[in-house]
Design a protein around this ligand. Structure first.
Ligand code: MLT
Length: 221
């Protein structure tokens, strides 16, 4: 594999970080910054009190934060023209791990087609990085990765892309049922977060993609 800096990378954490970050921008935020560390989030707000803090641990909002990791936590009235710093268990860590890539975007089912369109413009070689759950493969991320690579020409797909695409094709007509098979979906449903799971199964409701800027913040460009 060539060095990461040659790739246009889309990071996927369908449940729920990348779905939520895409939604935050869609609701009119100026930018969103995924950070791995909670203390880093607090120190960013200390420097700029206008910043909103969001995120989760164990799927629950963090003490002292303004919101959790649900897309429904971020209405337009709250995020319009604001900067949002998000820290989550897996998704924001995955973004950190691809920091050397030349181009990074945040993908999910909600913006799958737009991810493909932006990715082919950004570099010759595309990579979709699934956040997974604590180092394990996460079905919902394979589903969303499959939706993105389903737009790639067949001869550009590696083995992982073919597998993800086949799984997506199996469920593309019933994404709610497909995503509900995921163990993390079951956990969220048990915690009363069923609407987040079903929302994350909404295909291509957004036509723009959060892309990393020179400041490291993600924004619509
Ligand atoms: C994560 O980053 O691990 C997830 O987004 C967890 C969640 O569902 O909030």
């Amino acid at each position: 594999m060539p060095p990461l800096e040659n790739y246009a990378v889309v990071v996927v954490d369908t449940l729920r970080a990348t779905t939520t970050m895409a939604t935050i921008l869609e609701r009119g935020a100026q930018g969103v910054l995924p950070v791995a560390d909670v203390d880093e989030a607090f120190s960013l707000r200390d420097k700029n009190p206008h910043v909103l803090l969001g995120g989760e641990r164990h799927n629950r909002p963090l003490p002292g934060f303004d919101a959790g990791n649900s897309p429904f936590d971020y209405p337009e009235s709250m995020v319009q023209d604001r900067l949002v710093v998000l820290s989550t268990t897996n998704g924001t860590q995955a973004v950190e791990r691809v920091r050397d890539a030349s181009w990074v975007a945040l993908g999910a089912l909600v913006n799958a087609r737009a991810c493909f369109e932006q990715q082919i413009r950004a570099a010759d070689t595309g990579l979709v990085v699934c956040a997974g759950t604590e180092g394990q493969v996460a079905l919902e991320d394979v589903l969303a990765a499959g939706s993105i690579v389903s737009y790639w020409p067949t001869d550009l797909r590696g083995d992982g892309a073919h597998l993800a695409c086949a799984f997506y094709r199996r469920w593309q007509d019933d994404l709610v049922q497909g995503i509900r098979l995921a163990s993390h979906a079951k956990t969220l449903i048990n915690q009363g977060l069923e609407q987040d799971v079903d929302f994350a199964a909404s295909l291509n409701i957004y036509s723009r993609v959060p892309v990393r800027q020179s400041t490291n913040w993600f924004a619509y460009s």
